[in-house]
Design a protein around this ligand. Structure first.
Ligand SMILES: [Mg+2]
Length: 454
């Protein structure tokens, strides 16, 4: 049976919540959402960074993450309001409480967004369905309208049969809207969008894809997957290709599933900045991924979700996580996902560095644990697997990745970084990948190096 997944996202959350609070205190006040306004910075000195903006401010060119001074240059009448995290947390709790009334499984992914698994909930909306309002749009409308009418702020709801497409759909026209993006709607509604709009495609990845002539999501969907993997790495290439084709199987993970996780963190002796990111971050992510992988392998579990954790120079904690198509515990694949998530979090127009931050702590986590003994190996794994893991391992045996060194103790922090893990294994994998690419080229000719058909 097809799943029914909603992604619910509060429209300009911080700005809306500040606006609603102001109206509550003074019903005659101007609604901040209807004028050029923004949250962030120091209102008096007019320093700092814009953290949220109203739709009219956006139309004047004001961008999230830019300095207040720059925003004021574009929009001199911009009304600035200070951040108010206590209020934001209260509205966020009220928002999630309404979602919980209607959805059996909820995965809250940030202060203002959540996935709902609405599969099999038609009965709860029978009154609406009987009145001629078809499911699941009627359910989305009831949830959206209840939030607006009782809490005073609006949300977008994206509907599809998987999380990725629901997330993409909620980002279509705003505010106060419901959009569907079913797999059959992908060519018309998603393929024309620029590749940087694909969920999970960070700005650095987008730049690399531009250089291959991949400008739209449709371009990436038509591109040869093995070649994408050779340019972006195994995990990122696989992710971009599948996502561009609208494929995602990661489940909505309720809070209970998330209770247990493996994570390792490291406080740095010197902060990471935009300037030394390329030199230092890969080494740290490799070290932490290796540690997390080692502990999961020792416990015979795999993670369905990989996350990164950052504490900034101003002691703020930020996280990014991503559900995987298949649970895994391989250090190199955890590292690739962590590297992509970190890029997304730190670099780019809306990244931490653009907000003037530095990074003083880095962590990598694996959650959504799966301890079933069988792992489905893909053709790519078989091609890329090291010699010690023969193909027969997929025939129902436990497949534990061979490691070149003993797993580290959980949580033990040594003061130094270790040597990069298993260079030899990486070289071997690269050789196999190269051989496979040669096969692809042989089969499809040089055309395979360019954009695929259709
Ligand atoms: Mg939002």
């Amino acid at each position: 049976m097809d799943r029914c997944i909603f992604h619910v996202d509060v429209n300009s959350a911080f700005l809306s919540w500040s606006a609603v609070k102001k109206l509550k205190e003074d019903p005659g006040a101007t609604d901040l959402r209807t004028i050029p306004s923004a949250v962030g910075g120091d209102v008096k000195t007019r320093h700092g960074i814009i953290t949220a903006k109203s739709i009219p401010a956006g139309k004047m060119g004001v961008k999230t993450g830019e300095p207040v001074v720059k925003a004021l240059a574009k929009c001199p009448d911009l009304v600035l309001v200070p951040s108010d995290f206590e209020t934001y947390r209260a509205y966020s709790r009220a928002f999630i409480a309404i979602l919980k009334k209607y959805a059996p499984v909820i995965e809250q992914v940030s202060i203002d967004e959540a996935y709902l698994d609405m599969t099999g909930t038609e009965d709860r909306f029978r009154d609406l369905i009987l009145s001629g309002d078809p499911f699941p749009v009627c359910a989305a409308r009831r949830i959206k309208d209840e939030i607006r009418d009782t809490l005073g702020f609006t949300v977008n709801v994206g509907i599809s049969s998987n999380k990725l497409l629901a997330k993409m759909a909620s980002d279509f026209e705003k505010p106060d809207r419901i959009h569907t993006l079913y797999p059959e709607e992908v060519p018309a509604k998603m393929w024309p969008l620029p590749i940087r709009d694909l969920h999970g495609c960070g700005s650095a990845t987008a730049k690399r894809l531009y250089s291959l002539g991949i400008l739209t999501i449709g371009d990436a969907a038509a591109f040869d997957e093995a070649l994408l993997q050779s340019f972006l790495g195994e995990s990122a290439g696989h992710y971009i290709h599948r996502s561009a084709n609208g494929i995602s199987t990661s489940p909505v993970r309720g809070t209970r599933d998330k209770a247990k996780s493996y994570s390792n963190e490291r406080t740095l002796s010197e902060d990471i900045t935009e300037e030394n990111y390329g030199e230092r971050m890969p080494e740290i992510l490799r070290y932490l991924s290796d540690k997390v992988a080692g502990r999961m392998q020792r416990d015979h579990v795999r993670a369905g979700t990989i996350g990164v954790i950052v504490k900034t120079g101003t002691f703020r904690r930020h996280t990014r996580q991503e559900g995987l198509e298949r649970a895994l515990n391989r250090a190199d694949l955890i590292e690739q996902t962590a590297a992509r998530l970190m890029e997304d979090l730190a670099l780019g127009e809306e990244g931490l560095f653009a907000q003037g931050e530095t990074i003083r702590l880095v962590g990598v986590s694996g959650s959504g644990l799966d301890d079933s003994p069988y792992e489905q190996l893909s053709l790519f794994d078989l091609l890329a697997a090291p010699e010690e893991a023969p193909a027969e391992a997929s025939a129902g045996e436990k497949t534990e990745e061979p490691r070149e060194k003993a797993p580290l103790d959980p949580g033990e922090e040594t003061g130094t970084l270790e040597a990069p893990a298993s260079e030899k294994k990486r070289d071997e994998k690269k050789r196999r990948l190269d051989a496979m690419l040669d096969q692809v080229r042989g089969r499809y000719g040089d055309r395979a190096l360019r954009k695929g058909p259709g």
